[in-house]
Design a protein around this ligand. Structure first.
Ligand code: ZN
Length: 338
């Protein structure tokens, strides 16, 4: 690494591990700082960005990046790792699900962001310009949100802009090692309206993966470790750290998949658990009004596996209640094969 890498207030030269903050300007309420660590290896290699906490109530990846910050050793690292320890500090601190506390926007729907926009748009802009623009590949690490039970899976973005980038993103997903991979062909291709964090990297020619491991706002040790192990496997795949390269040999590819939303506002009572297999038409849960009278039910439009399900009662009309995906066979794969 010939010249230092600068992310926010952190400047790292070869062989250094440096932490700092990306300042996100705003008024007294909305101004925030994104904690980052740069681990710069002694030898040149890829720049990998690992991002946690785009949604603040998804702590398993957040705790995992704290562990990685301790474990990564710049003296044996090839290339550079940028750790974004908590992307959405307002959501984390105020314990919000899905949306930021100030603007009620979902940070993972406003990329590439806007320096003069809402609080969430300014955070997205800071991550796009300081992290995504400086990395070569990216893992955006999520879990079930504070209200969601989830079985681990990742998304393969089959964007269709650049076959080489799509292929490398697929390899990253296989390297991370979650055994269910949702094939996603619907992401926007416009760099100016890339919407999602990982897609913002992908449309810029940088392979990226979104991972989901952990649930219900609790960083259990097994889920934290699954995130740590996935990140280490990606680093071995990229030959950044020593060790045997592992790849998922026969993952369960998921296509199609569908996020189901609530037809009413009220109280949600799930009828299924994460990882349960359901038939087409199976009851996923019921809604009651505030008096406890049943007002609606949600049924699965697909026969498949429950990837996540909301397990707490508060429910608004149009909010997600869960996601069902179909384990893909040759017959139902919709586009180029994975
Ligand atoms: Zn999330």
């Amino acid at each position: 690494m010939t010249k230092p890498l600068i992310v926010g207030s952190a400047t790292a030269r070869a062989g250094e591990k440096v932490s700092g903050f990306i300042d996100v300007p705003g008024n007294e309420l909305e101004a925030t700082r994104i904690p980052v660590t740069i681990v710069a290896g002694n030898a040149d290699g890829p720049v990998l960005a690992l991002i946690a906490g785009i949604h603040g109530s998804e702590p398993s990846p957040i705790v995992a990046l704290q562990r990685l910050r301790t474990e990564l050793d710049p003296s044996t690292l090839i290339g550079t790792v940028i750790l974004v320890l908590i992307a959405n500090v307002p959501s984390f601190t105020h314990r919000t699900i899905y949306r930021g506390p100030w603007d009620q926007q979902n940070l993972n729907r406003v990329f590439p962001g806007n320096p003069n926009g809402t609080a969430s748009e300014r955070i997205a802009y800071a991550i796009t310009t300081q992290v995504i623009d400086q990395c070569q590949c990216l893992i955006d690490m999520h879990s079930g949100d504070g209200n969601e039970s989830l079985r681990p899976y990742s998304y393969w973005n089959a964007l269709g802009l650049d076959e080489g980038v799509d292929t490398r993103a697929r390899e990253l997903a296989l390297a991370f090692g979650l055994d269910h991979i949702v094939i996603d062909r619907g992401r926007p291709r416009d760099a100016g309206a890339s919407v999602f964090c990982s897609n913002t990297a992908h449309v810029r020619g940088k392979p990226a993966v979104t991972t989901e491991a952990g649930a219900v706002g609790v960083p259990t040790d097994d889920m934290v470790e699954l995130n740590v192990r996935g990140a280490m496997r990606v680093m071995r795949h990229l030959h950044m750290i020593p060790g045997t390269v592992e790849t998922m040999e026969s993952p369960v590819w998921i296509e199609p998949s569908e996020v189901l939303t609530s037809p009413e506002t009220g109280l949600w009572y799930p009828a299924v658990a994460a990882d349960q297999h359901v038939a087409e038409g199976a009851l996923l849960g019921t809604l009651t009004d505030y008096f406890g009278e049943t007002i609606a039910e949600v049924r699965s439009p697909l026969a498949g596996v429950v990837l996540y399900i909301v397990v707490s009662p508060a429910m608004g009309k149009g909010e997600p209640v869960g996601m069902v995906g179909v384990p893909a066979s040759a017959a139902n794969l919709q586009g180029p094969r994975p």
